[in-house]
Design a protein around this ligand. Structure first.
Ligand SMILES: Cc1cc2nc3c(=O)[nH]c(=O)nc-3n(C[C@H](O)[C@H](O)[C@H](O)COP(=O)(O)OP(=O)(O)OC[C@H]3O[C@@H](n4cnc5c(N)ncnc54)[C@H](O)[C@@H]3O)c2cc1C
Ligand SMILES: Cc1cc2nc3c(=O)[nH]c(=O)nc-3n(C[C@H](O)[C@H](O)[C@H](O)COP(=O)(O)O)c2cc1C
Length: 778
C-alpha cells in the first residue's frame, strides 16, 4: 500500500513506523512542515499503561523512550503558603522534542520516508496514495476541508494558557496557585528531562484581560509569569519555544470531537483522521499524546487482523473508528471534568476550601479518582486527610479516623450521627392522607438501617395539594397523630433523626398512583380535584388545566403550609424540608417554563421567587427556631429556557437570605420535555456549585449508590450530606451494609441485629480476598 501521513507529530510518526514494521513492503511517507528538531512545546506525560501498550507493539521504540523518561510518583500543591504532597500517582514525562526525535529515528531505521519543511495543502496533493492519514494536529486542514463529512464539534474553552519551560527542577508533579488583585492563576509544572521542566500557566479569560495580557508580547508575558511565581521560581527563568506563534502565545484550549473519522476522496484514496485532528484532551489530565499513540496502535491492529491490502481499507477504517470512538470519549469526559475544575477553581474553590480540602478536590477533579483510589495510591496521606476531616466535624480521633460519610453533622440543635440521608420517596400508601402501619414499617426499617436522617416522603398541606389520592397529609389533627406514632417509634427504637418534607402538588396533583395509571404523573380518570399553579398551564400537554393562583389562593395556601408545619412540629419531627422542586406548586412559580405570570409573581427570577419565599418565611416562623429547614430545589430544568445551574445559585442565595439552613439539590421533573444527562452522581455538580458560590450547606442526591461515591463527595467538600433514594428501596440497611463493605467496623448496629454484623463484615472480607486472589490464579 502507498500510505502518506500528513503531519509528523506523535500520531503520524508512530503509525508510520508500526505499519512499516507490520509489512516492510508498504511505501510510507510522513510529510511535516517543521524541521526535524523544530517543535513547539516542552514535555508531555504518559501513564505506565500506555508504555506497556507501546512495548507490546514495538519493543525498541518503547525501550528508547523508557530510557529517556522521567518517572515520578508525587503530586505537590503550593497553595496559600502551604505545601501539601501526596504519592502513588505514577507518571512518566518526556520532552516532546525527544519523543519526536526517537520516533523519527525509528521511522528512518525501518525505511519510512520523512519529508520535512514541506507544507501540505490537502490530501489531494497525493493522488496515488491508497491511504492518507490526516495526523495534522488540532487545526487539521484536512478535517476542515471535509467538515461536512467529519462533522467536527469544536468548543473553545474560556481559560487562557501559555506553555513555558524552566531549568528549575521539581521532584513532583507540582501545582502552584497565586492570587492577584484580579483573580487566581495556576501553574502545572513537571520535570521531563535532567535539565528541564514544563511550566504551563493558566487563568480565566477575564483575569488575563484585566492584567492586559492580551496586549503583552511573549517577553512581557514571560516577565509577568516570572514575577507572579517569583516566590517559587527563586530566580529561575521561564522560557518559550513557541516563537512561531504570532502575538501573545496565550492560547484557549479547543475541545474537538468528530462525528465521522474517515472518507474516500475524489482520487479514490481513503483519508482518515488520527490524534488531535480527530479528538483533543485537555492537558489537565495530560492524555493527548497517549490518545494519538493509541489511535496509531488501533489502526495498525485492525490492518493486522483484517488484512493490510487496499481492498480491506474501508472495513479496517470502520473498525478503527468504532473501537476508538468510545474509548476516546471516555478519556475526553474525564479530561473535561478536570479542565472545568481548573476553569472554575479561582471562583469556586480557592477562596472557599481550606488547603487540605482544596488538595483533595484537586486530586479528584476528573472524577475518575475516588476516595478508595486515593487510599490505594497513598494510604498515609488519605488517613491523614480523613483525620483532618473528622476533626472539622468535631470528632476527636485516637485510632483510625471514620470515613467522611460516618462523621457527624450538626445543624442548629440537631446532630446527625452520620452524613447519609434516606431521600424522600413517595409511597402512595396513605389513604385519606393518613399514614399507618405501612409507614411505621417502611420508615422504621430505614431508621434502623444506619442512615443519620430519614426524610419522609412529600407530605401534603391540603387535600387539593396531594399528588395522588394515596399521598400522606398534615391537614387534619388525625393525620398529625398518625405521623406522631411513626416519629415516636423512630425516636424510641433508633438513633436516626426523622425529617418531614412538606409540599403542595400544584399542577401535578390529581394524578394516579404510578401502578394504577401506567406510570408517573398520569391524570386520574375520575374523581379529580381542582388544581392550583403559578399559571394555567397543565404539566402534561393533555393534562388537567390548573387555575392560576389569585392572591386569595396564595393567602389560603400559605396558611395551609403553616398549619401543616405546626402539626409536624407537634408530631416531633427533627427536621423540615420545604419542597420547591419537581414541578410542584412552589416549583411552578420558580421555573420560567411554568410561570407565565405578568404580575409581581412572574417575570424576573426575583418575582418568581416572591411567593415561594413568602411560604418559606411563614414556615420558618411556625417551625421551632432550634430545628433546621432545608429547601429542595430543581437546580436544572434540563430544558432550553428553563432554570440553569447558575439560576440555582441565585435561588439558593435567596433562600439563604430568608433563613434556610441547607439546599437539597435535585433537578428536573419540571417539564415533560426535559433531557437530563444521567450518570453516576449526576446532580452533585449542582450541590457543589451552590455550596461554594452561594455559601450555604447542601445535600447531594442522585445516583449516589456506593460508600465510595458518598465519601468522595463529602471529602471534596462538594456537599455536606448525601441523600440516597432508590438503593434504600432495595436495601433499608444500605448504610449498615456499605459500612461493612468498606470495612468500617465501629458502625453501631441496632442491638437486636448485632449478630448479623460480624457475619456480614466477615463475608465482605472473604469476598475481597477472593477478588484479590482471582487475577493471580488466572
Ligand atoms: C499546553 C499543552 C500541554 C500538553 N501537555 C500534554 C501532556 O502532558 N501529555 C500529553 O499526552 N499531551 C499533551 N498535550 C497534547 C499533545 O501535544 C497532543 O495531544 C499531541 O501532540 C497530539 O499528537 P498529534 O500527532 O495528533 O498532533 P501534533 O503533535 O499536533 O502533530 C501534528 C503535526 O502536523 C504538522 N502539520 C500540521 N499541518 C500540516 C500541514 N498542512 N503540512 C505539514 N505538516 C503539518 C504539525 O507541524 C505537527 O508537527 C499538550 C498540549 C498542549 C497544548
Ligand atoms: C419511588 C420514588 C419516590 C420519590 N418521591 C419523592 C418525594 O416524595 N419527594 C422528593 O423530593 N423526591 C422524591 N423522589 C426523588 C428522590 O428523593 C431522589 O431525589 C431521586 O430518586 C434520585 O436519587 P437516587 O438516584 O438515589 O434514587 C422519589 C424517588 C423515587 C424513586
Amino acid at each position: 500500500m502507498k500510505i502518506v501521513c500528513i503531519g509528523g507529530g506523535p500520531a503520524g510518526l508512530y503509525f508510520a513506523l508500526l505499519m512499516k514494521q507490520l509489512n516492510p513492503a508498504h511505501d510510507i511517507t510522513v510529510v511535516e512542515r517543521n524541521k526535524p528538531y523544530d517543535t513547539f512545546g516542552w514535555g508531555v506525560v504518559f501513564s505506565d499503561a500506555t508504555m506497556d501498550n507501546m512495548r507490546a507493539w514495538d519493543g525498541p521504540t518503547a525501550d528508547t523512550i523508557q530510557e529517556a523518561f522521567n518517572h515520578w510518583d508525587d503530586i505537590e500543591l503550593h497553595f496559600k503558603d502551604r505545601v501539601i504532597r501526596s504519592g502513588g500517582h505514577g507518571f512518566v514525562g518526556i520532552g516532546r522534542k525527544k519523543l519526536l526525535n526517537i520516533l523519527q529515528s525509528r521511522c528512518e531505521d525501518l525505511g519510512v520516508k520523512l519529508v520535512f519543511e514541506a507544507e501540505v495543502d490537502s490530501d489531494l496533493d497525493f493522488p496515488d496514495a491508497d491511504l492518507v492519514i490526516a495526523s495534522d494536529g488540532i487545526n487539521s486542514r484536512v478535517r476542515t476541508r471535509y467538515a461536512d463529512v467529519f462533522q467536527p464539534d469544536i468548543v473553545v474553552r474560556p481559560n487562557r494558557y501559555i506553555w513555558l519551560g524552566t531549568n528549575k527542577l521539581y521532584d513532583a508533579f507540582t501545582f502552584l496557585f497565586e492570587r492577584t488583585e484580579h483573580g487566581w492563576f495556576q501553574a502545572h509544572v513537571y520535570k521531563f528531562d535532567a535539565n528541564t521542566t514544563t511550566f504551563i500557566v493558566e487563568c480565566p479569560e477575564e483575569v488575563w484581560l484585566a492584567h492586559g495580557l492580551d496586549q503583552a508580547d511573549q517577553e512581557q508575558s514571560i516577565a509577568f509569569c516570572e514575577q507572579l511565581f517569583a516566590k517559587n521560581l527563586q530566580g529561575a527563568k521561564l522560557m518559550t519555544n513557541a516563537r512561531h506563534l504570532r502575538g501573545s502565545a496565550w492560547l484557549n484550549f479547543q475541545r474537538v470531537v468528530c462525528g465521522h473519522w474517515w472518507l474516500k476522496n475524489e482520487h479514490g484514496s481513503h483519508v482518515v483522521l488520527m490524534g488531535d485532528a480527530v479528538h483533543t484532551a485537555h492537558f489537565a489530565i495530560g492524555s493527548g499524546t497517549k490518545l494519538a499513540i493509541e489511535d496509531a496502535i488501533e489502526l495498525t491492529r485492525q490492518f493486522k487482523q483484517l488484512g493490510d491490502e487496499p481492498a480491506r481499507i474501508p472495513e479496517v477504517l470502520a473498525a478503527y473508528q468504532e473501537a476508538r470512538r468510545v474509548e476516546t470519549l471516555r478519556i475526553q469526559n474525564a479530561a473535561w471534568n478536570a479542565m472545568e475544575w481548573f476553569e472554575v477553581c479561582g471562583k469556586r474553590y480557592c477562596d472557599q476550601l481550606p488547603p487540605e480540602q482544596f488538595m483533595y478536590s484537586m486530586l479528584t477533579r476528573s472524577q475518575r479518582i475516588s476516595h478508595e483510589n486515593l487510599r490505594l495510591r497513598d494510604k498515609g496521606w488519605l488517613e491523614g486527610y480523613e483525620k483532618w476531616f473528622a476533626q472539622q466535624a468535631g470528632v476527636a480521633t485516637v485510632g483510625a479516623p471514620p470515613p467522611p460519610m460516618f462523621t457527624p453533622y450538626t445543624l442548629r440543635s440537631v446532630r446527625l450521627k452520620n452524613r447519609i440521608v434516606v431521600s424522600p420517596m413517595a409511597q402512595y400508601s396513605a389513604p385519606d392522607g393518613l399514614v399507618g402501619d405501612y409507614h411505621l414499617v417502611h420508615l422504621g426499617a430505614r431508621a434502623m438501617g444506619g442512615a443519620g436522617l430519614v426524610m419522609a416522603e412529600m407530605t401534603c398541606v391540603s387535600p387539593e395539594g396531594r399528588i395522588t389520592p394515596s399521598c400522606p397529609g398534615l391537614w387534619t389533627d388525625a393525620q398529625g397523630a398518625a405521623w406522631k406514632r411513626v416519629v415516636d417509634w423512630v425516636h424510641a427504637q433508633s438513633d436516626a433523626k426523622i425529617g418531614l418534607q412538606i409540599g403542595h402538588a400544584g399542577p401535578k396533583g390529581s394524578s394516579c398512583e404510578p401502578w394504577t395509571g401506567g406510570g408517573m404523573d398520569q391524570p386520574l380518570p375520575a374523581g379529580n380535584w381542582p388544581l392550583l399553579a403559578a399559571s394555567a398551564q397543565p404539566y402534561l400537554p393533555d393534562g388537567q388545566v390548573p387555575r392560576a393562583m389569585t392572591r386569595a389562593d396564595m393567602d389560603q395556601v400559605r396558611e395551609q403550609f403553616v398549619a401543616a408545619v405546626r402539626r409536624g412540629a407537634d408530631a416531633g419531627f427533627d427536621w423540615l424540608e420545604l419542597h420547591c422542586a419537581h414541578g410542584y406548586l412552589l416549583s411552578s412559580f420558580i421555573s420560567p417554563l411554568t410561570n407565565r405570570r405578568t404580575d409581581d409573581y412572574g417575570g424576573s427570577l426575583e418575582n418568581r421567587l416572591r411567593y415561594p419565599l413568602e411560604i418559606f418565611r411563614a414556615v420558618r416562623q411556625a417551625w421551632p427556631a432550634h430545628l433546621p429547614i432545608s429547601v429542595r430545589i430543581s437546580a436544572h430544568d434540563w430544558v432550553e429556557g428553563g432554570i440553569t445551574p447558575s439560576d440555582a445559585v441565585e435561588i439558593a442565595r435567596a433562600f439563604k437570605a430568608a433563613g434556610a439552613d441547607m439546599i437539597d439539590c435535585s433537578s428536573g421533573q419540571v417539564h415533560p420535555d426535559q433531557k437530563p444527562t444521567y450518570g453516576r452522581m449526576y446532580q452533585t455538580p449542582f450541590a457543589d456549585r451552590i455550596r461554594q458560590e452561594a455559601g450555604i450547606a447542601t445535600i447531594a442526591v442522585g445516583a449516589i449508590s456506593e460508600a465510595d461515591h458518598a465519601n468522595s463527595i463529602l471529602a471534596a467538600g462538594r456537599a455536606d450530606l448525601c441523600a440516597v433514594a432508590r438503593p434504600h428501596l432495595a436495601n433499608p440497611a444500605w448504610t449498615l451494609s456499605e459500612a461493612a463493605k468498606i470495612g468500617y467496623t465501629p458502625m453501631a448496629w441496632p442491638r437486636q441485629y448485632v449478630s448479623g454484623k460480624s457475619q456480614m463484615e466477615a463475608n465482605f472480607v472473604r469476598e475481597k480476598a477472593a477478588a484479590a486472589a482471582a487475577p493471580a490464579k488466572a
